[in-house]
Design a protein around this ligand. Structure first.
Ligand SMILES: O=C(CO)[C@@H](O)[C@H](O)COP(=O)(O)O
Ligand SMILES: [Fe+2]
Length: 208
């Protein structure tokens, strides 16, 4: 089984001058992990880095030292994914592998058994508040079918209006930026996302 349904607010859109307080606000609202799109340093143990950078090799050690739990890099940004996966593990972090909307899922498949999480981007990487790309859902569905126990994350434009598509396709790790950060009641948004996701996962396990 994948590791249950988890909700990770993206704090790219938060008040970056008060990053620490924003992280605590999200954890207090029930976040399972924090999705960080930019390098930062913290002792908390729930930081999953989404490295939208060229040459992701150079940030592995600094992120490990900063206390990141998971290091997600883009398949498009490296020529040697195998060596990078090994390096991330040797530095004590879990491995996430992301693909951009233009990359087909077959490129990720050969690595699926070596990683902890696949990230299917549902917007072009760059910034928050973009429109969810529903046409990425077949990638999620294909991965869920081929790798039933893999953690599969979606990132970009995910919120109460789009979570059903993600959950039905098989995503179990949900990044949500603006929908959570801009809400007056982040806890209820997080709960809603988690409930929809858990119900779909339960239905899948009953159907098997
Ligand atoms: O990686 C990215 C953007 O490239 C994200 O993590 C966004 O920050 C998510 O924000 P929303 O699309 O949910 O507003
Ligand atoms: Fe992200």
């Amino acid at each position: 089984m994948a590791s249950g349904c988890k909700i990770g607010p993206s704090i790219l859109n938060s008040d970056l001058a008060n990053l620490g307080a924003e992280c605590l606000r999200m954890l207090d609202s029930g976040a399972d992990y924090l999705h960080l799109d930019a390098p930062c340093s913290s002792g908390r143990s729930v930081f999953y880095m989404h490295m939208m950078v060229s040459r992701p090799e150079q940030w592995v050690k600094p992120m490990a030292v900063a206390g990141a739990n998971q290091y997600t890099f883009h398949l498009e940004s490296t020529e040697n994914p195998g060596a990078l996966i090994k390096d991330i593990r040797e530095n004590g972090m879990k491995v996430g592998l992301a693909i951009k909307p233009g990359t087909t899922v077959e490129y990720l498949a050969p690595w699926a058994n070596q990683i902890d999480m696949a990230l299917v981007m549902t917007v072009e990487p760059g910034f928050g508040g973009q429109k969810f790309m529903e046409d990425m859902m077949p990638k999620v569905h294909w991965l869920r079918t081929q790798f039933p126990s893999l953690d599969i994350e979606v990132d970009g434009g995910v919120g109460p209006d789009t979570i059903h598509k993600c959950a039905e396709a098989g995503a179990n790790m949900i990044v949500s930026g603006s929908a959570i950060m801009r809400s007056d009641d982040p806890r209820s948004v997080i709960n809603l996302l988690r409930n929809v996701c858990s119900e779909a996962a339960q239905k899948r396990s009953l159907d098997r």
